[in-house]
Design a protein around this ligand. Sequence first.
Ligand code: ARG
Length: 460
Amino acid sequence: MPIKRMWGGRFEESGSDLVNKFGASITFDQEMAQEDIQGSLAHVKMLKATKILDAADADAIIKGLETLAEKLKQGKLSFNIENEDIHMNIEALLTAEIGPVAGKLHTGRSRNDQVATDLHLYVKERLPQVITAIKQLQQVLVDKASDNVETIMPGYTHMQHAQPISYGHYLMAYFQMLQRDAERFQFNMQHTDVSPLGAAALAGTTFPIDRQLSAKYLGFSDIYHNSLDAVSDRDFVLEFLSSASILMMHLSRMCEELIYWCSYEFGYIELSDAYSTGSSIMPQKKNPDTAELIRGKTGRVYGDLMGLLTTMKGLPLAYNKDMQEDKEGVFDAVKTIIPSLKIMAGMVETLKVNQDKMEHAVHNDFSNATELADYLASKGIPFRQAHEIVGELVLKGLKTGKNLSDISLAEYQKISPLITEDVYHVLQPKVAVERRNSAGGTGFAQVEAQIKAAKELLKD
Ligand code: ARG
């Protein structure tokens, strides 16, 4: 017996199992079951309000959908691959629940606006969850930064010691990146909070529907103003995936540094046991697996973005079945970024800072070379010349094993009589950090100000 499809009227043959299975999306789009029922409820309530359906029919459908919503919550709905996707599965379940009147639900609607509506609802609901998880990580960073304003570490460029910085300042750099991430997701809401429902297949409908009303029932702020655009737009998903990719890029940079810094060579931090794993062969190992995994998962989120960008490229208007491929990537990204953010927050919160190790690293290097050049410049030596002088001192120091603070005053005064005892004060890493008090610099006062502003920002 060939299976009876909801669209089967004009067909004489049913496809092979392979083709049917290939075309079905129920294995993954059941993730939007709740959204699908919600969308249908709004649609039928609108059909009732506009008297397109009579009240008795509409009420039967509403009651049936409410029953399905309840069953879904209890895990009592099961879906069938023969019904292809979540939309036709829900309709079939509704029919089983209330009989043929269920067939009236699809009046003035198509699966094309239906699936777009479901996806809008899905993303709209997850955006605040993502933003909350970002804020939680930001809070952890601010707290850690507050404890470490005066913790001195080497700042790097090219992964080479550059200038000493405050570890609190370093942490706040990630706070700022995450702030932009949160803002990007907030912006994404603008293009997500729009209802495609009622665009029907592509051209609207002859029924006197009220799209504003169904949008209102669903809590959407606006409706799409072009039915072709409504059913074929996936920009809001691409924006989500692109924001998710940038976010993961940030997390992966932070992870990369955590991985370095908990290595023997750096030893700046120690990750708590809860975020580390051991080795099955090497008993001494404590590996930063969790950080590596977040770094690794960045690749899959980029893949989600690249996948959909590529799927959408060159698609003619309006709906094409290619677009069925839009969902798994966004589900995957949501399920990757929220746990990544939560785990990152826990990992940063519980990590131990080896302040001595960090500070030791800047006492045995030349990261205070800029201090000396600035010092000479402040005494009137042109900066270019000062740079040259200090460069030569560094070269000599590297050969003799002397740091800049080890050079005697007599030796300094041979270079310039303008150099006095106070040079040793200026060369101290902590003083170097403290004095970088230009706006947004690593000076303690600047870091404190940054933390204060961040706390304000997190309040609202
Ligand atoms: N399962 C489909 C999807 O996810 C629903 C829309 C189907 N529309 C169609 N005309 N075949 O894209």
